[in-house]
Structure formats: structure tokens, C-alpha cells
Design a binder for this molecule. Sequence first.
Ligand SMILES: *Cc1c(COP(=O)(O)O)cnc(C)c1O
Length: 395
Amino acid sequence: MQIYADNAATTKMSRAAIDAMLRCMEEEYGNPSSLYARGQRAKEILEQARADVAAVIGAEPGEIYFTSGGSEADNQAIRSAAEMGKKQGKRHIISTAFEHHAVLHTLKKLEKEGFAVTLLDVHEDGLVRVDELEAAIREDTCLVTVMFANNEIGTIQPIREIGAVCKKHGVLFHTDAVQATGHLPIDVKADNIDMLSASAHKFHGPKGVGFLYARKGIRLVNLIEGGAQEKGKRAGTENVAGVAGMAAALKESAAHMAENAEHMRKIRDRLIKGLSAIPHSALNGDASKRLPGNVNFCFEGIEGESLLLLLDDRGISASSGSACTSGSLDPSHVLLAIGRVHDVAHGSLRLSIGEATTEEEAAYIVRNVKEVVEYLRGFSPVWRDLTSGKTPFIL
Ligand SMILES: *Cc1c(COP(=O)(O)O)cnc(C)c1O
């Protein structure tokens, strides 16, 4: 059996997205900046996609800027808020310890440029507390950036409440909604979101394309100088096919959101129940305030990397932490942020299922994870020390 359970890393493109892209590549290959009909047809495709994307999150088409993906949108949003803040003498930014590196590394850069950054603690349940966030707001705070849903442990933050607090204090609010867009209902106006980042390949669109929503009145800085595309805020000939594919994928995801979520939640909870039966294991993040497709466990006494490789042999594609952290020896900053100690954090497994994941596949996953964890513990010196009482169990 071949099972793809790494949808938080990327998703398979939908048929609708592929068809929309093929049409642009084979027929509508004009440059949207060209004045003749072929160029104007490409421009129409671009603007229709902008309207489609905007409608899904309750924005105006003029508030959507196409980017090369989630990372670029995060960079541009944070840099723009920082620039706006600087003009008013405000150089303080609030975020959380478990953001994506596109956010954390941008904040690190800004610290070097003279900004102060407060990273809020994330509690054991994988959630930030709105009262703690409000207490961290200062006179000179120019931006709060908190992700909508975490890419590793799937926890969904109280976005609407955070947005309301930011609005009350006159602070800009950006959310990295890369994991949430197309999977959870989003209404940027009701949720009090000033800026939002999304990426097509996380909702069955193509890689290398995404968008930034920036509320009217926000002055974006451009990361790329050049032509006047995207109202002068993002130079370079538009990725028309990618944008069309993104819009097609998002429209489809939005149309089936409720039923998809219900199906995935059922499978997710079945996986959580099955894997909880493994001794000395623990679910990471709140059991219900999490993405419908996210399952993340720690198993004491094993290495997540070995677990992954053996699961791969059995046809299961999963992840240990995010794709960005694998390849490094440090355990996931997200698991450390929710208070997992190094040894435990090393033994993590993320299964991110999709709309297409079946009950049968879930049963196969549970059976194989159980077998592989048991097998690895069989020759793990760490496990021997734990079972002999030499070191105490943590989970
Ligand atoms: C994938 C991801 C990103 C990066 O998006 P890209 O389009 O790959 O640049 C940013 N934030 C989160 C939460 C993600 O999951």
C-alpha cells in the first residue's frame, strides 16, 4: 500500500488546478501587460483569479497580491508593517515561538535592524493565550503576527479574538494562514485580519505561487523592484498559469470545505485513538482545536528519523517535524516551544492526511506505526534505560 500522509508539507494538485494551468500554458500564454487581445485575455484570467481568491477569504480583489508562495507573503507582510511602524517611531513586534521560519527568520533580521521582538510562549496545548498577548502590547508595538494554524502540530489559534485585541489597541495584525487557507473558514473582515499569507501548494494548487491579503490602507513595501505588476508592489511578469491553478484549487477546496473537514476529522480521530494505545506516547497539541488533517505524536525511546525511514519502506510518507527541520539534528522548535524536552521531541511523527485518505489506510498506518515503534524500541539503548528504571519515563 502507498499512502501519502504528508499533506502539511505539500499536496497533490487537483485536476481542476492542472486543467486551469494547462489552458494557460497551451493557449493563453500572453503577457498580461500586453495591450493586444491575447495579452488582455491573460490579464482577465489573472483578475478573475484575484476575485475568486478574494471571495474565499471575504476580501476585496484589490486587497490580494500574488506572490511566489507563503514565504514571500510572510516576508512582505512583516517588512511592510515594520516600515509603517518605523515611520511612527514604533519598533516593537509581537509573535510566537512556534511560527514558521519564514516569519521567525524575518523577525531575526528585523531585530538586527533595531526592532524589538517579543515571542509569546505557546502553552502545552499548542495555543497562545489572548490575555498574555494583550499584556505584551506596548505603546511602540507596530505588529502582531500569529499563525492561523501550526504546520507541525496543527493547533488553531484564537484568531478572531487576537484580531479584536489588536484592533482595540490600534496594532496591525498579520497571520500566516498557509495551513488554514482552503481548509478552515476564513473571513478577514470578521476575523479582524489586516494581512494574511497563503500558499497554493498547501491546498492542491501548484508550488511556487501564493498570495498576500493586505487590507486597503496598508502600504506594502516591495521585496522585488522592477515593473509595475501587482500595483507596483511585486515586480515581474505574473505567473498566470500558477495563479489560475491556485484559484481553481482554492475554489474547489472552499466549495467542499465542510464535507472534507468532516471526513478528515473522522480519520484523524481514528488515528489519534489508535496511536494513543502505544505505551509511552503522547499527542502533541490540543486534541480538538487542531486542523482536521493533523496528527502529531511523540513516542518515547525512539528517533523520529528512523521511524520515518521504516514507515517509508512500508509505503507510508510521513514527516517528523517540518520538512524544513528534517536534515538538521536539532529537534523541532515547535515541539520545544510547547515544552517537550529534547529526547522526547526527537521521537516525533507528523501524519497529515488529506481528503482522499481512507479508513483502510488509517488502519494500515496505525498497525505499521505500532510495529515499527516496537521494533525500534527493541534495540534502543534509551528505551533499555527507561524500562530498566535507570532513567525515568517522561511520557
Ligand atoms: C508551507 C508553509 C509556509 C511556506 O510556504 P511556501 O509556499 O512553501 O513558501 C509558510 N508558513 C507555513 C505555516 C507553511 O506551512
